[in-house]
Design a protein around this ligand. Structure first.
Ligand SMILES: NC(=O)c1ccc[n+]([C@@H]2O[C@H](COP(=O)([O-])OP(=O)(O)OC[C@H]3O[C@@H](n4cnc5c(N)ncnc54)[C@H](O)[C@@H]3O)[C@@H](O)[C@H]2O)c1
Length: 328
């Protein structure tokens, strides 16, 4: 018998067939929640049925687009919690096709909140925000109070999406919370290409036996293991202390990319990489070094990361070693 805050609760996960959403769905179902997923399953985006394999008979998957207001109205009805994770995640795609990014990461977010205001204002809404909105940090680690200066269209639209969530809590009392994620890694992450994170393509190349490319190599980045991110989202959604708040999320100490490449090869037990110059077309939207200051969430919700970077890489490599063909 489950007795946690999600047991028997009706939960909607937008983007639930993607990387973080599917890990969240699996965990919520294990805690006795009744989970519905809305995912557009557009091929170039992150949805993958393989992600939902362990829970295919235990959740409802609705292939629907959050840009469709009628559909969102229908799917939010009767939900106790909405984990709002659907998003266009590629920074380069947001520059090539800014209006698609605007519609998904900005307009559709407002539609979802309007639907909540009109017909389900008691549902708790957890929004997956991003550290991208800080742009190139002035200093490290970066607290929530650091200036917001997005360097790409995606960062601007996610910033607006986040601000709508905070506004709808302040004005209409809808219980919302936003978590600014840094690089999240783990089983079910996208490894097909660099649309989610550069680490995905590193893992793919490594498991295919090819050298992977490290661009630059001196950049500092931090990583959150997906189970730790899922824990943070569940803690935030279930504790009224977080309503109206924005939290950074980090993890183990940050690492230079050239050291991360070494650690990945070492964890895999084989493989190689080459360091090349950072591509000129990506330079203008690169954020350089980043490390989250996540003291706020650690203090407010007693969240802490449980997984070391080495263990996170090991779990991820183990997952893909068995299932590479489903993710290429
Ligand atoms: N993974 C990270 O490192 C990271 C970092 C910062 C923020 N985030 C945010 O977390 C959320 C989840 O990211 P993820 O890494 O799981 O990415 P993902 O691409 O694996 O998952 C996003 C899901 O949203 C779905 N989707 C996209 N547009 C949709 C639409 N219009 N309607 C319905 N579904 C749609 C996709 O099909 C996909 O399954 C995103 O909002 C992303 O911006 C992720």
């Amino acid at each position: 018998m489950h007795e946690g805050p999600f047991s028997g609760k009706h939960i909607l996960i937008t983007g639930g067939a993607g990387f973080i959403g599917s890990n969240l769905a699996i965990r919520l179902i294990s805690e006795g929640a009744i989970v519905s997923i809305v995912d557009s399953m557009i091929p170039e985006f992150g949805g993958n049925l393989k992600n939902l394999e362990p829970i295919r008979d235990q959740c409802e998957l609705h292939v629907a687009d959050i840009r469709d207001e009628h559909s969102i109205n229908y799917h939010i009805a009767g939900k106790d919690f909405i984990f709002n994770l659907a998003g266009q995640t590629s920074h380069m795609d947001s520059m090539r096709n800014p209006f698609a990014d605007l519609d998904i990461n900005c307009r559709a977010q407002l539609s979802l909140l309007e639907a909540c205001r009109r017909s389900n204002p008691k549902a708790t809404v957890l929004f997956a925000s991003t550290r991208q909105m800080y742009g190139k940090p002035d200093f490290l680690p970066v607290p929530e109070t650091h200036p917001i200066r997005p360097v790409d269209v995606n960062g601007i639209n996610k910033m607006a999406g986040e601000a709508y969530h905070t506004l709808y809590q302040a004005v209409y009392g809808i219980p919302t919370c936003c978590i600014r994620l840094t690089n999240t890694i783990g089983p079910r992450m996208r490894i097909r290409d660099t649309r989610q994170t550069f680490l995905g393509i590193w893992i793919r190349r490594l498991l295919e036996g090819d050298p992977f490319e490290v661009w630059g190599g001196d950049q500092i980045r931090d990583f959150t293991y997906v189970d730790d991110a899922v824990n943070a989202m569940m803690l935030a959604a279930s504790n009224p202390v977080s309503y109206g708040q924005v939290f950074n999320l980090g993890g183990p100490p940050p690492i230079r990319l050239r050291d991360l490449a070494e650690l990945l090869v070492e964890t895999n037990g084989a493989g190689s990489y080459k360091i090349i110059e950072f591509p000129a077309d990506r330079k203008p939207i690169d954020i350089g070094d980043y490390q989250a200051d996540d003291t706020k969430i650690r203090n407010a919700l007693s969240w802490s990361h449980k997984t070391t970077l080495r263990e996170a890489l090991r779990q991820t490599l183990d997952y893909y070693r068995e299932r590479l063909s489903f993710y290429k």
